[in-house]
Ligand binder design. Structure first.
Ligand code: SF4
Length: 686
């Protein structure tokens, strides 16, 4: 691997992209070798701290298995190396052939998380728009967008992770903060030092739950019942922000009426959370409002009623008066960056963006097509044919539900291209695999909406033969005849200049401010002087938009299907989708030091269940669902960690993909998100 560092000796400040937190880091270079990563002290997001994953960026960069040359699939299923220019020529020819035969909508693009997001996403969206296809897919439509939609449907603006630093009460639902958002532990620690109380709601007793004043352990999929129980308490006690409700809310009476059912006793029956815990949590909310931070993690959105549960928690925040505060429901103002997205092109009659008929909210509000329905289009089970996919930094052969169907679909594509760092399970199915550049090999703008700051990452080094994301899409666009029009900028610095035009900030400004530049001061309670960006201009406790689509106007709670059906055949309920401390979805399993800590996939199981199955830690068991089965080692946990009957498997293991047993056909009706937190299964000793 030939590395060309930007400097021979010294330090470069940039942002870590080993997860989506984007902590400030300093990369040390000695005699042309990248030797160390240390925290930058001057970034508000991480304030001089980094997590162990960050240092592993250098192991990824120099990894012996890292791809540095394109690969082409041979007839025997193996790969051969191919010159980059030739690979791009052949890929462009095959894209054009699909377009000519089936129309541009037969091509799709898919953006994952491994390579990048924000600016990378805009390149991918621009490319597919210029190609003439609406079919943009991403991993966000199985993680994050569901919560974001839940927020937007009530407030009109997107979800921000609260600034916990000065909160009086922090309520975390379905999130494992030390693992998912390590930088926010600093804020949490600050708040706790000032006396903040902490409530954690999660079916799995996670590390943050051990620190909580109240830990509530619902049965999976019942978060909405707990939210409604708290709404009930606030309204019954008359302890809510009446001025906000009177002036800025539509649908309060409907909410008050519906909430009457959710007495503490009813919530206990629905969720298993004791009635006294509901009452005590409500008392803490009442004592702290409006200085509360209520944050829903991915655990809430991976359910059949995930968006409604999120909407209910947003309503709870509104009742607390905790709206457009830096500590809760912050209404971030974006910078005036130029937009790389293109307007959608008209499609032939009978064609629609994939999944937009079944999940119109996902398409209209999140501008995403549905990844699970995409498999049906590839396999000829629904709609028009999807014949080609270009994928960057995604591994859906492991991370999407119904693994077997995903793999069948990818095998059926006419052209399948994956750009990634390694030959992942998904890349192994591709016709062409392109070597992707790590975050250390590119320069891009990042917006920190929470702090209303922008930062520019600096390229630390180039690797011979590896394209950065911008150049990849530009080179393909040039070969397809629309590069000059839609990708006219010679390199990413020119793109960055174009994006910044109109902001009053130049690229050169960032040279003096590697820590970032504030583009607007943080202002709170902006709704006092302008309407909320909802159809009604108010906070929408009921949504006429959803009603017009035949969806729930009110965020009603329905018990999860596994509880309604009460199957004897599948007596356990599986929760998955969570991740381990050092791993990031399916990434980093090839970092040797990490693998010593997280050795293999395992199913966590309650001691009573283990005893009834005659299973001990280390034994192999089979998990069987209605769609598939998997063999996996058992780990018997402490009885407080899980409820009896609930089992947990962390996701992302390449060699043990738990999504072999998760269904792709049980979805949240608003977001289309898959059911990952309430899958009925049976378990046998293997
Ligand atoms: S939390 Fe860790 S991996 Fe994520 S950006 Fe920060 S240092 Fe990097």
């Amino acid at each position: 691997m030939q590395v060309h560092p930007e400097i021979q000796n010294g330090e470069v400040q940039t942002l870590c992209r080993m997860c989506d937190s984007r902590c400030g880091i300093r990369v040390r270079i000695e005699n042309g070798v990248l030797t160390d990563i240390r925290p930058a002290e001057n970034m508000p997001v991480n304030r001089g701290r980094i997590c162990p994953r960050s240092k592993a960026a250098l192991q990824v960069f120099y990894h012996p298995d890292r791809l540095t040359r394109p690969l082409k699939k041979k007839r025997d299923g193996g790969f051969e190396t191919i010159e980059l220019a030739r690979a791009l020529d052949e890929i462009a020819e095959r894209i054009q052939a699909v377009k000519d035969a089936f129309g541009p909508q037969a091509m799709g693009v898919w953006k994952g998380e491994a390579v990048g997001f924000q600016q990378q996403e805009e390149y991918v969206r621009r490319f597919v728009g210029a190609l003439g296809s609406p079919n943009y897919f991403s991993n966000d439509s199985a993680c994050f967008k569901g919560r974001d939609l839940g927020h937007r449907l009530v407030t009109g603006f997107g979800m921000q992770i609260p600034d916990f630093s000065n909160s009086g009460l922090i309520v975390l639902i379905g999130t494992n903060t030390p693992v998912c958002h390590p930088p926010f532990m600093g804020e949490l620690a600050d708040a706790r030092a000032q006396g903040a109380r902490l409530v954690v709601v999660d079916p799995r007793l996670n590390p943050i739950g051990c620190l909580a004043d109240i830990y509530a352990q619902p049965v999976p999929g019942t978060d909405g019942a707990f939210a409604w129980g708290l709404i009930n308490q606030l309204i019954q006690k008359g302890a809510y922000d009446k001025e906000l409700v009177n002036r800025h809310v539509v649908g309060f009476d409907r909410v008050a009426d519906y909430a009457k059912t959710f007495t503490p006793r009813h919530v206990e029956m629905q969720s298993g959370i004791l009635a006294g815990v509901v009452v005590r949590t409500a008392e803490l909310l009442i004592a702290s409002m409006p200085n509360v931070s209520v944050f829903c993690g991915a655990g809430v959105e991976h359910n059949e009623g995930g968006v409604n549960a999120v909407r209910a928690y947003v309503i709870l925040s509104c009742l607390c008066g905790a709206v457009d505060l830096h500590s809760n429901l912050f209404w971030a103002e974006p910078p005036a960056l130029n937009d790389l997205r293109l307007d959608p092109v008209p499609l032939p009659d009978g064609c629609e963006p994939i999944g937009s008929r079944q999940f119109p909210v996902l398409y209209k509000r999140a501008h995403e097509c549905h990844t699970m329905i995409a498999m049906d289009h590839i396999l000829g089970l629904d709609g028009y044919p999807l014949r080609g996919l270009l994928m960057t930094g995604a591994n859906p052969a492991v991370t999407n539900p119904n693994t077997r169907k995903v793999r069948q679909a990818f095998d059926a594509l006419d052209i399948f291209v994956v750009s990634d760092f390694f030959l992942t399970a998904t890349a192994r199915q591709a016709h062409y695999v392109l070597p992707a550049g790590t975050f250390l090999e590119r320069s891009e703008l990042h917006v920190f909406h929470k702090f209303q700051q922008m930062a520019l990452t600096r390229r630390v080094a180039r690797v011979e033969g590896v394209l950065n994301e911008y150049t990849l899409w530009r080179e393909l666009a040039l070969r397809l005849g629309f590069g000059e029009t839609y990708f006219p900028w010679p390199d990413e610095s020119d793109v960055n200049r174009y994006l910044l035009r109109g902001t009053g900030i130049s690229l050169e400004d960032f040279a003096d401010h590697p820590e970032g530049i504030a583009y607007l001061p943080v202002r709170e309670r902006k709704y006092l002087t302008r309407p909320f960006p909802t159809p009604s201009g108010k906070l929408e406790f009921v949504s006429s938009y959803l009603k017009s689509l035949g969806l729930d106007e009110l965020p009603v709670y329905r018990p999860p299907r596994y509880r309604r059906d009460g199957s004897n055949e599948y007596p356990f309920v599986l929760t998955t989708g969570g991740r381990k401390t050092l791993l990031y979805h399916s990434c980093h399993q090839n970092i040797p030091g990490f693998r010593e800590i997280h050795r293999d996939a395992e199913v966590e199981i309650h001691p009573e269940d283990a005893a009834s199955l005659n299973v001990q830690t280390g034994d192999a068991v089979r998990i069987i669902s209605r769609i598939g089965a998997i063999e996996i080692r058992a780990r018997v946990v402490h009885h407080s960690e899980l409820r009896p009957g609930v089992v947990e498997v962390y996701h992302g293991w390449e060699d043990t993909p738990i999504n072999l047993v998760t269904p792709d056909s049980v979805n949240d009706p608003i977001s289309g998100f898959p059911l990952l937190k309430g899958v009925p299964v049976k378990i046998e000793k293997a």
